[in-house]
Design a protein around this ligand. Sequence first.
Ligand code: ZN
Ligand code: ZN
Length: 102
Amino acid sequence: MQAMQTNSVNPELLQGELQGLMRNLIDLVSRQTAQLQVRNEELLAQTRMLREEQLCKICCEYPVARSFNPCGHGTCVKCSSKLHKKPCPFCRTEVDSIIPRF
Ligand SMILES: [Zn+2]
Ligand SMILES: [Zn+2]
């Protein structure tokens, strides 16, 4: 049996080493978690920005799906249907035609 050899290692030394390793590990994990959290918040902010950019500014409910000709402003399908031949709500240019936007 070779198992007896483990007795030759000083258990206190081993424990100290183990504790050091654990500290390093915890330090590493917490640092990476903090980094991930920052990245996660960045992504969330970006997603929010993109969503707000694409959301109809009139009803804030549906995504922008129509553009006005000639001014180029846009709203969702529902709001655009009320604006034909009327002034654009953003710049007051009369909406000549409404074109689909993707
Ligand atoms: Zn709308
Ligand atoms: Zn406009």
